[in-house]
Design a protein around this ligand. Structure first.
Ligand SMILES: [Zn+2]
Length: 163
């Protein structure tokens, strides 16, 4: 039986009957609440997405990016869905650092993350057509993306930090 629950306080989804998931949730819960105590609105911890859902989002969006008869608008939207999953994963890797940074400055915001990934990550450039890339750059700049100081972790292709 799959009794998946979403915690209304921290937004994490986990399987309640699974002891390991309960322990991980307890650990994340404490860290996310202490993080959110210092931040408001858009700067709060990003909404959690269950891992199976992430895989589905990336799979479906990747299919759209590879389909010739999808419009640039649809592909732009699909690319942003993939980026949001990667960004969340990158953000979450902060959870496992010894001390949770209390300032958002140690992780790029979403538009900055997208722009830096397009400019610096080869695996990203390969999945986007030039037109989609250009649309995303316009989108990110309109949202005041700032890529200054962003470093990419060479081990995890989607993990970014800001100095
Ligand atoms: Zn919780």
């Amino acid at each position: 039986m799959n009794n998946t629950v979403t915690c209304i306080d921290c937004g994490c989804t986990y399987v309640q009957s699974h002891p390991g998931e309960r322990i991980v949730h307890g650990y994340r819960h404490k860290k996310i609440l202490s993080y959110n105590a210092y931040h408001a609105d858009d700067n709060k911890w990003p909404t959690y997405i269950f891992f199976e859902i992430r895989e589905e989002i990336v799979k479906r969006a990747s299919r759209i990016l590879r389909t010739d008869d999808k419009s640039a608008r649809e592909k732009e939207k699909a690319a942003l869905e993939i980026f949001r999953v990667w960004w969340l994963t990158s953000f979450e890797s902060l959870l496992f650092s010894a001390s949770l940074s209390r300032t958002l400055e140690t992780h790029p915001d979403f538009p900055s993350y997208v722009l830096s990934a397009i400019e610096n990550q080869n695996h990203v450039q390969e999945i986007l057509t030039r037109e989609v890339r250009e649309r995303l750059i316009v989108w990110a700049n309109r949202k005041h993306a700032n890529t200054q100081g962003i470093r990419w972790n060479s081990l995890g292709e989607v993990l970014a930090r800001k100095k």
